[in-house]
Structures are given as C-alpha cells and as structure tokens.
Design a protein around this ligand. Structure first.
Ligand SMILES: CC(C)(COP(=O)(O)OP(=O)(O)OC[C@H]1O[C@@H](n2cnc3c(N)ncnc32)[C@H](O)[C@@H]1OP(=O)(O)O)[C@@H](O)C(=O)NCCC(=O)NCCS
Length: 185
C-alpha cells in the first residue's frame, strides 16, 4: 500500500527491503531519537530493524497495525504507524518519528493527516489517539495542529531512559474530523 500525499511526500507500507536504509537513518539520528523513543537503544544493527519489520508484517496480516516509512523525495525520512488498532474499541493509536534533518517541513503533520483519513475512510474506525510525553512539545504540536483535543495526562504511562514518564493523550473522533474538513471547504 502506498499513500501519495504530494509530488515529494508518500507513505509506503513497511517491508524488509526498507531495513538497511531505515537502520542507517536510525543510527545516524540515535542521539536525537533516543531522548523520546525507548526502542532506539535496543536497535544496534540492521538485523534488529529486520526483526522489527517482521513483527510489523505479522500485525499487517492480522489487521492489528500498519507501519509506514515516510518517503520524502524518494528517501526514507522517518516512520509513522497505526501502532495499534483495536477493533473492539473501534480506535487506532498513531506513533511517529522523523530524522532530525527532516524536521520543520510539515512532513509529519501531513503524514498523520493521511493516516487519520485512512482510519476513518478505509478502516471505518471511530477514534484516533496520539500519546506524547508531557515534555515533548514538538510532538504535541502535531495533534494540536490537526485539531485533536487533549483528553488528559496519563501518569507514569511510559518508561524511557530508566524513568517512568507521563503522556498527554489526544483524541479525534470521526464526526469531528468530517466536520473540520467540511468547514474548511
Ligand atoms: C515529533 C516530530 C515528529 C515533530 O517533527 P516536526 O518537524 O516538528 O513536525 P512536522 O513535520 O509536522 O513539521 C512541523 C513544522 O514544520 C512547519 N511547517 C512547514 N510547512 C508545513 C505544513 N505544510 N504543514 C504543517 N507544518 C508545516 C511548521 O510550522 C512546524 O514548524 P514549527 O515547529 O517551527 O512551528 C520530530 O521532532 C521527531 O521525530 N522527534 C523525535 C521522535 C519523537 O519525539 N517522536 C514522537 C514520540 S511521541
């Protein structure tokens, strides 16, 4: 599956052919990403990235999640995913990261918008959530720019760099997303 956002930006469902380039990007951005993402320090070779991708492929088959590489000018710039799809709760959670050099261009805001459209239009879900560390203001700006509302703070919800961390949870319901896009026309 490929979601084309514009001439330069597209999302491609992750597969094993991405492993080497994705690992290299992770490795080159280790310091930038490690502050927020607990898996970075456990990713130490392209073999680790391959194992991660194999896990994603299993989720794709079961419809439990969809992971995409973000391609900007045909190079991998980062990753955006439906980390978890809950059919029982009718919702999905989005997770993301971008390499440092690709920050500040709006790539993630537009990528997340495409995934929210996918959730509501194709997957027929009712809610999308995004959880960001309370200290991670750049990450929080993404759901805020897209009009998500802040549901509250989940205390000690994550564990990173030997510390429990708090998350802000943002939500978007399908009816609000549809209303926003109708109002903006
Ligand atoms: C969180 C993260 C994805 C945010 O990246 P980002 O570049 O700030 O986000 P975007 O790609 O949406 O770009 C937004 C910026 O581009 C600008 N921009 C330019 N064109 C834009 C457009 N068409 N649409 C939206 N924003 C645009 C915005 O003004 C904004 O800049 P500002 O922050 O100075 O106001 C990135 O910093 C990251 O990966 N960090 C490390 C890992 C991480 O924290 N992951 C999240 C864990 S919850």
């Amino acid at each position: 599956m490929i979601l084309v956002i514009d001439k330069y930006l597209k999302l491609e469902l992750i597969n094993l052919s991405h492993a080497e380039e994705l690992y290299r990007l992770t490795d080159n951005n280790r310091k930038f990403l490690d502050k927020w993402l607990p898996w970075v320090k456990h990713t130490n070779s392209d073999k680790d990235t391959k194992e991660f991708i194999k896990g994603c492929l299993k989720k794709h088959i079961k419809g439990e999640g969809f992971n995409f590489v973000i391609l900007y000018k045909n190079k991998i710039a980062g990753n955006v995913s439906l980390v978890e799809i809950s059919k029982f709760r009718n919702l999905a959670e989005i997770g993301y990261w971008l390499a440092e050099e690709y920050n500040g261009k709006g790539l993630m805001t537009r990528s997340c918008k495409a995934l929210v459209d996918l959730c509501f239009d194709e997957l027929k879900l009712n809610r999308v959530i995004i959880k960001c560390e309370t200290r991670n203001k750049a990450s929080q700006r993404i759901p805020e720019r897209l009009g998500f509302y802040k549901q509250g703070v989940l205390k000690r919800d994550g564990f990173n760099n030997d510390k429990y961390v708090d998350h802000v949870q943002y939500s978007m319901f399908k009816r609000e997303w549809v209303k926003r896009s109708t109002d903006s026309k």
